[in-house]
Design a protein around this ligand. Structure first.
Ligand code: PLP
Length: 398
């Protein structure tokens, strides 16, 4: 099929040309004396993007799931009590991992379409005067349902209860796209991956840890090898890795970090809000609903759009792909067939988002949805043309 294949899944995301070209290099010696000239500044750039001034950032040749595992193994011990919540496929998988590690998991199950139950966390933390809970887990952006949660609120719940538990945050589909502030929110382990906000192929698990997570590491009793903080620190401090790093990905990451820093994090967040708002205006105009139950849960990186009960979202995705060369995200697990997702994160602008909206609209019309041609696209265009791309302005417009 002529023309570009349009990628609007919520990761992997589109790769900027600068990043792609930076990875198009001959294979390099990862033990060369000048290799640290790449890696040492890269660690600093990442710390800046996570807003982590107390600890350090680890880069694993894994995906985000590896960084989840690294966080658990390096800071906790078998049988430790942890507090978690489950409201979508990714929060579900993190709970599953914690259980398989033999942690004593107190899971709060929440309706899909909602997010981290901050008030319930607060109650449990207040009641835990013996400080048996060693870590509190929160999925910042549930990619399956398009729900963002209040991590600042979780930190407040910990502080109000004077509770020393670690705060572990899954930021795989949020960090580098929507507001995240490790220092201000007191996040101890912030998990991410290369293929979403960092605009790279999959292949790097990125884990940013606070000073307190590094302290907890000294007491943590899980055995570990591949993900070991000690091994990483011993070599990273010299600018190297304990095993073969994914050098091309590191080259690409370096450029991606520069792009995010040059744009300015606040501007990146405002851009994501502006683009997401355009999609939400289209959803309203179609007369459809998001899986996210209330505006406070709206994700600025992915919208999971519910289809009417007599429709199957997989047909919309299939028409978009086969007829319009466009990938939309499928519904996962419980919401399979009930939602399709538009990923609006990473290297993206208004024209690209309008394409996603127009293809979704064409596919729905072809599948017999009662939707007026141009309604969603018109609403998105109206939003983009009546607000500016300036930081803050688009936020005020919703
Ligand atoms: N957490 C969230 C919120 C995700 O969206 C994903 C993947 O999409 C993961 C964790 C797992 O990351 P990975 O697929 O990079 O292992």
């Amino acid at each position: 099929m002529p023309g570009y294949n349009h990628l609007f899944i919520p990761g992997p995301t589109n790769i900027p040309e600068e990043v792609r070209m930076a990875m198009n290099v001959s294979m390099q010696d990862m033990r060369a004396p000048d290799f640290p000239e790449l890696t040492k500044p890269l660690f600093e750039k990442l710390a800046k993007l996570f807003r982590n001034s107390t600890g350090r950032v680890f880069l694993y040749p894994s995906s985000g799931t590896g960084a989840w595992e690294a966080a658990i193994q390096n800071t906790l011990s078998p049988g430790d009590k942890v507090l978690m919540s489950r409201f979508g496929q990714f929060s579900h998988l993190w709970v599953d991992m914690a259980q398989r590690f033999g942690l004593d998991v107190d899971v709060i199950d929440c309706e899909w379409g909602t997010g981290v139950p901050v008030e319930k966390y607060a109650e449990k933390l207040k009641a835990d005067s013996a400080h048996e809970i060693k870590a509190v887990f929160a999925t910042h952006n549930e990619t399956a349902t398009g729900v963002s949660s209040d991590i600042k609120g979780v930190r407040r719940a910990l502080d109000d209860a004077n509770h020393p538990a670690l705060l572990m945050v899954d930021g795989v589909s949020s960090i580098g796209s929507i507001e995240f502030d490790q220092d201000a929110w007191g996040v101890d382990c912030a998990v991410s991956g290369s293929q979403k906000g960092f605009m790279l192929p999959a292949g790097l698990g990125i884990l940013s840890v606070s000073k307190w997570a590094l302290d907890a590491h000294k007491r943590a009793e899980y055995s570990r090898t591949f993900f070991s903080f000690e091994d990483m620190i011993a070599t990273n401090d010299q600018g190297f890795f304990p095993y073969t790093p994914a050098t091309q990905l590191l080259r690409g990451l370096d450029v991606a970090c520069d792009m995010l820093i040059d744009e300015g994090l606040e501007n990146v967040w405002a851009r994501h809000n502006r683009l997401a708002t355009g999609v939400r205006k289209a959803v309203d105009a179609w007369g459809l609903r998001l899986c996210a139950k209330e505006p406070k849960w709206h994700s600025d990186t992915v919208s999971a759009i519910m289809v009417p009960e007599d429709k199957d979202a997989r047909d919309v995705i299939s028409t978009a792909y086969s007829k319009y060369n466009t990938s939309l995200g499928t519904g996962l697990s419980k919401v399979m067939g009930k939602v399709f997702r538009i990923g609006h994160l990473g290297w993206l602008n208004e024209g690209m988002v309008t394409t996603a909206v127009s293809v979704a609209e064409m596919s729905m019309i072809e599948n017999g949805f009662d939707i007026k041609a141009g309604s969603g696209v018109g609403a998105a265009i109206e939003h983009f043309t009546s607000t500016t791309a300036q930081s803050g302005k688009a936020i005020a417009a919703e």
